[in-house]
Design a protein around this ligand. Structure first.
Ligand SMILES: NC(=O)c1ccc[n+]([C@@H]2O[C@H](COP(=O)([O-])OP(=O)(O)OC[C@H]3O[C@@H](n4cnc5c(N)ncnc54)[C@H](OP(=O)(O)O)[C@@H]3O)[C@@H](O)[C@H]2O)c1
Length: 270
């Protein structure tokens, strides 16, 4: 019988987002999910919440799984890969979310021909609104990639990119929520500085961001066209935009994302 069970190694922020998304919204039967973490408290909390399988040792569940998700910190990944090396079988798919760890590096740690998929998720995966970039190793077939994309569907949007763009995807999308949070935080502070209560400013700003994003999502218009709709001649928006342009808002954001990409390249392993 073909094995289809899923193992997740690392039950932290991202590992639990994967586990919850796949079971709670993705319809994966909890009996088909094995969870493992060095922190047995964290592992047990998630197992209890999802009613899934708990594994004491890697050898207890890896042989039963078709998909093995590696969701530990990048610095813990190499050691883990060497630990599982002798347990991995040719029909299994290793899915790594570790930032900066390349497919060729993972391949070099595991038996030759192992099927590797690399992901760059972001934190909104925790609520099913994530953006996930996916790259695959040469041994992975189109059908296998589609099956993994199906598993990831409850976590948000999945976009295929060549692995050569993974550092760019890290700088733009893996890190992306931080830029948006800083923008939101600053707008809320600005609201307070012009006399609006912080809780009210917070509600208004969050809804502005959600509303603007949804309008873009639902229209074929360029962001500049939607911006023009808000900008009347000699009005308030054009006054604000002038200050943003004069202060280098665009070039600052462009440079920040280029710098995050460069830093990702610097941290890359493999
Ligand atoms: N968070 C993000 O925004 C984000 C975005 C994109 C990609 N990622 C990637 O997602 C991965 C996981 O990040 P995270 O934020 O979820 O980390 P996390 O919250 O620290 O979770 C990692 C978990 O793995 C456990 N662990 C460490 N070594 C292990 C081993 N050998 N076997 C089993 N469990 C082990 C850790 O236990 P201890 O705490 O006891 O060590 C911890 O519970 C990272 O590689 C990161 O690059 C994260």
């Amino acid at each position: 019988m073909e094995k289809e069970a899923i193992g997740i190694i690392g039950c932290g922020a991202m590992g639990s987002a994967l586990a919850k998304g796949m079971t709670k919204t993705g319809g994966l039967e909890p009996v088909a999910l094995f969870l493992f973490d060095l922190s047995k408290t964290r592992q047990q909390q998630l197992v209890t919440e999802l009613n899934s399988n708990s594994a004491e040792r890697l050898a207890d569940f890896i042989p039963l799984c078709r998909y093995i998700f590696i969701a530990v910190k990048p610095q813990d990944t190499e050691g883990l890969l060497y630990t599982i090396k002798n347990l991995v079988q040719p029909d299994q798919i290793i899915v790594s979310i570790a930032a900066g760890i390349t497919i060729s590096f993972i391949e070099s740690c595991l038996p030759s021909g192992t099927k590797i998929i690399r992901l760059m998720p972001n934190t909104p995966c925790l609520i099913g609104e994530g953006a996930i970039v996916i790259s695959t190793g040469e041994a992975v077939t189109e059908d296998e990639r589609r099956k993994v994309e199906k598993l990831l569907k409850p976590l948000g949007l999945t976009i295929r990119l060549p692995e050569s763009l993974m550092d760019a995807a890290t700088g733009l999308s893996g890190t992306g929520p931080a830029y948006v949070y800083l923008f939101i935080e600053t707008m809320i502070d600005a609201g307070v500085s012009v006399g609006i209560r912080r809780d009210v400013a917070s509600k208004l700003v969050i809804q502005n961001v959600i509303g603007a994003a949804r309008m873009l999502e639902n229209s074929s218009q360029h962001p500049a066209e939607l911006r023009n709709l808000v900008t009347s001649p000699a009005g308030t928006t054009s006054s604000a935009l002038l200050i943003l342009e004069e202060s280098g808002f665009r070039s600052c954001l462009l440079k920040s994302i280029r710098e995050a990409t460069r830093r990702s390249e610097e941290l890359r392993l493999g």
